[in-house]
Design a protein around this ligand. Structure first.
Ligand code: ADP
Ligand code: MG
Length: 606
C-alpha cells in the first residue's frame, strides 16, 4: 500500500505498518485558533491593534488593544530588532500568538508573533524526517478508510484521527476522563499492531514425518501417574507431531520440578523409530536426562549419548540421541524427525543459531520442542504465542513445602541452630553469596571470605562458583557426602539434590525475583519440609521480597517481577525478553492484550 518513495521515508522512521505510523503521535500542537479566554501562563491567540510602540531602555515596548476582549496588554520583547519595530507600527492590526501572564495585575504578552494564518491546530512531530515530509505522510495515510481496513474499531479510529488532527486543543488537554479513554485505545492499538506483526512473521515448515504412537505401554509402566498438566501437554504434543502440514514449534514452560522430563520422554516415545535428538545445556543435565531415559525407555528405544568427553552407543543408529551442544558439532548426525532442547534459554547465541540451522532443513523441518523452567507472565505468553506455540505445566507432582522468610543480622544465631538441626537430620544446606571476591560496592561477605568461617564451624563444607573448573565434581561430591554448599548463583543450572532442604540467599534484595525463584526451586523438590532464608541488611525488607515470600507459584512470581520491574525496581540483569512498548504495560494490561489477541485471530494471513 505504500509508494516506494514513502517506503524510503518509513525506513528512516524505522516503521513498517500503517499502525506503526498511526502510533507515531505528535509531540505537541501549534494552536492558532483564536482563544476564548485569557489564561495566566497559557498561550494566547488574539486579534489586536497596536496602540503605542516605543523603545524603553533599549527594549521595544508595545501596548496592544485586544479587540475581542476589550482589554489592554503590554507586549514584552527580550530582544528588539528592526523587524519588530517595522512590524508592530502604531495603528497596525494583527493576529498575535504569545504567552499571556499577569504582572502586578497588568496583562503582558511575552514575545508575541504576528501570525498570518490562524484557526488551525498543527501537529508537531519530532522525528528524523523533515516536518513537511512527516506531515504529508500522515495526511496521505492516516485516513478513516485506511485505519478501518487495518481492523481498528470505531473508537480507536477516532482516537488516532483526533490525535493527529484535533479540532480543538481542549479535547486533548483538559478532559481527564477522555484522556483515560485515549490511553486505553492507544494501548489496545499497540497490542493489536504488535500481535498482527508477529502473526505475519511466523513461518510454518513442513515436517519430515508425521509421528504417532500408542503411549499406553509407556505410561502404564511408570511408577507414578502423570499429573493432569503433564498429560495435557503430552496431548498437545501428540497433535503437533501428528501433523503432515506443519512442523511443530512449541515451547513447554513448567517450573523446576514440574516433571518436564516425563514429557520429554513421552515425546521421544511418540517419535519412536522416527528418531529424535534431545539436547541439554550442560553435561551434568544431559547425564541426568540420560539416566532417566534409560530407566523408562530402554525397553522401547535404542538410546545413545554424546558429550564433548564421551560418546555412548552408536548415535548414527540410535532412535533417541541425548547430548550436550557437542551434538551440534557432529557432521554425521542422522536425520531426525524430532529435536528437543531442555533449558533452551541457557544455550549461547552461537549454539542457538546452529540449533536453528539444524531444525531448518530446507522446506522440511523436524518437529521442534523447547523446554523451559522460566515461567513467563500470561501477558507475555499471549504475545510470544504468536511466534511459537506455548504449553504450560502449572501443577507440580509434589506439593512444595518451602517456608520462605526474610532474615537479617539479628536472626543469625537462630539460623545457625536451624542449620545444625537440618544437618543432624541428614539434610543439606545451600548458601548463595552475591560475589566470589569481596568488593567495596557490595556490603556482604563474599564466597571466598565465607569459606573459612563455615569450615571452622561445620564438617562437609563445599564451595563452588560459575568460573570454577571443577564445578561438576564439587557438586557431585557435595551431593553424595556434603552438608553445606557455598556457591554463587551458578547453582541455578544444577543437578538434583534430593537432600537439600535449606537455601540461604545472602543479599537477597540484589537479585531479581525470577532468579530468587530459580534458586528457591532447588529445595523442597521431593515434598520434604524446606526453608528459604532471604538474608538482607535492610532494616525493613523491600516489599517485593515480602510478596515473594508469600507464594511458590512461578507464574505469579513472573507477574510480580514484571510489576516491580515496571515500577523501576531493576536490580539485576536477568531480564526476560523485555519488549518495550510506549503505552502497553505488560504488568497491568493482560486483559487488553487478550482482547487484541482475539481480534488478531480474525486476520487472514496471505
Ligand atoms: P523438571 O525438569 O520439570 O524440573 P523433573 O522432570 O526433573 O522436573 O521432575 C522432578 C522429579 O519429579 C523427578 O524426580 C521425576 O521423576 C518426578 N516426577 C515427575 N513427574 C511425576 C509425577 N507425575 N508424579 C510423581 N513424580 C514425578
Ligand atoms: Mg528438567
Amino acid at each position: 500500500m505504500f509508494s516506494s518513495s514513502d517506503i524510503t521515508l518509513l525506513k528512516k522512521l524505522k516503521k513498517r505498518t500503517l499502525l506503526d505510523i498511526a502510533l507515531t503521535l505528535p509531540q505537541s500542537y501549534k494552536d492558532t485558533t483564536l482563544s476564548k479566554d485569557i489564561v495566566d501562563g497559557r498561550n494566547l491567540v488574539a486579534k489586536v491593534e497596536v496602540i503605542s510602540a516605543r523603545v524603553v531602555n533599549f527594549r521595544l515596548q508595545i501596548v496592544l488593544y485586544l479587540i475581542e476582549f476589550n482589554k489592554r496588554a503590554t507586549a514584552i520583547f527580550f530582544k528588539t530588532t528592526k523587524y519588530h519595530k517595522d512590524l508592530f507600527k502604531e495603528g497596525s492590526k494583527h493576529i498575535i500568538s504569545g504567552k499571556a501572564s499577569y504582572f502586578r495585575g497588568e496583562l503582558q504578552i511575552t514575545q508575541p508573533k504576528s501570525i498570518k494564518s490562524f484557526g488551525e491546530i498543527t501537529p508537531i512531530y519530532k522525528t528524523v524526517l523533515k516536518e513537511i515530509d512527516i506531515r504529508a505522510l500522515m495526511k496521505r495515510y492516516i485516513t478513516y478508510d485506511n485505519l478501518y481496513n487495518t481492523g481498528l474499531l470505531g473508537s480507536e479510529i477516532d482516537t488516532i484521527l483526533m490525535l493527529h488532527n484535533p479540532k480543538n486543543i481542549t479535547e486533548i488537554k483538559d478532559r481527564s476522563e477522555y484522556r483515560a479513554e485515549i490511553i486505553q485505545n492507544l494501548k489496545s492499538i499497540e497490542a493489536y499492531n504488535h500481535l498482527a506483526k508477529f502473526r505475519k512473521k511466523r513461518v510454518y515448515n513442513k515436517p519430515i514425518n508425521a509421528l504417532k504412537a500408542d503411549l499406553d505401554i509407556f505410561l502404564n509402566e511408570l511408577p507414578f501417574k502423570l499429573t493432569k498438566d503433564q498429560l495435557s501437554v503430552i496431548a498437545d504434543i501428540e497433535v503437533d507431531l501428528n501433523s503432515t502440514i506443519k512442523a511443530a514449534k512449541r515451547l513447554i514452560i513448567g517450573d523446576v520440578g514440574s516433571g518436564k522430563t516425563m514429557v520429554i520422554l513421552a515425546a521421544a516415545m511418540i517419535a519412536n523409530r522416527g528418531k529424535s535428538i534431545l539436547m541439554a545445556p550442560t553435561s551434568l543435565l544431559a547425564n541426568q536426562l540420560l539416566e532417566e531415559a534409560k530407566k523408562y525407555l530402554s525397553k522401547f528405544l535404542n538410546i545413545a549419548f554424546v558429550s564433548q568427553k564421551v560418546t555412548e552407543g552408536e548415535y548414527k543408529d540410535a532412535d533417541f540421541i541425548i547430548g550436550t551442544h557437542a551434538l551440534l558439532y557432529k557432521d554425521d548426525l542422522p536425520k531426525v524427525s524430532l529435536v528437543m532442547v531442555d533449558e533452551q534459554h541457557r544455550f549461547g547465541a552461537n549454539q542457538r543459531s546452529k540449533l536453528d540451522a539444524l531444525v531448518r532443513d530446507n522446506d522440511l523441518s523436524p518437529h521442534y520442542l523447547q523446554f523451559s523452567a522460566t515461567p513467563i507472565p500470561r501477558s507475555q505468553a499471549l504475545i510470544e504465542s504468536e511466534l511459537i506455540d506455548i504449553s504450560t505445566i502449572k501443577i507440580l507432582p509434589f506439593k512444595k513445602k518451602i517456608d520462605t522468610q526474610t532474615i537479617g543480622k539479628s536472626d543469625f544465631k537462630q539460623l545457625l541452630k536451624h542449620i545444625e538441626s537440618e544437618i543432624k537430620d541428614r539434610h543439606q544446606v545451600l548458601i548463595v553469596y552475591p560475589l566470589v571476591e569481596s568488593s567495596e560496592e557490595i556490603p556482604y561477605t563474599s564466597l571466598t571470605d565465607a569459606i573459612t568461617y563455615w569450615q571452622g564451624k561445620f564438617e562437609g563444607v563445599y564451595a563452588t562458583h560459575g568460573k570454577d573448573k571443577n564445578k561438576d565434581e564439587v557438586l557431585i561430591e557435595f551431593r553424595d557426602s556434603g552438608n553445606i554448599l557455598l556457591a554463587t548463583t551458578v547453582i541455578e543450572v544444577g543437578i538434583s539434590l534430593p537432600r537439600l532442604t535449606t537455601i540461604v540467599i545472602v543479599g537477597a534484595e540484589r537479585f531479581g525475583l525470577a532468579t530468587l525463584h530459580q534458586l528457591r526451586g532447588r529445595v523442597g523438590r521431593y515434598g520434604i519440609d524446606s526453608y528459604c532464608f532471604l538474608y538482607t541488611n535492610y532494616k525493613e525488607p523491600p516489599q517485593r521480597l515480602k510478596e515473594f515470600s508469600k507464594t511458590l507459584d512461578g507464574f505469579k512470581i513472573a507477574k510480580l517481577d514484571l510489576k516491580y520491574r515496571s515500577s523501576g525496581d531493576l536490580l539485576d540483569g536477568t531480564i526476560q525478553s523485555g519488549r518495550s512498548f510506549n503505552w502497553l504495560n505488560l504488568a497491568d494490561d493482560e486483559d487488553i492484550i487478550a482482547l487484541a489477541k482475539d481480534r488478531v485471530k480474525l486476520l487472514t494471513i496471505n
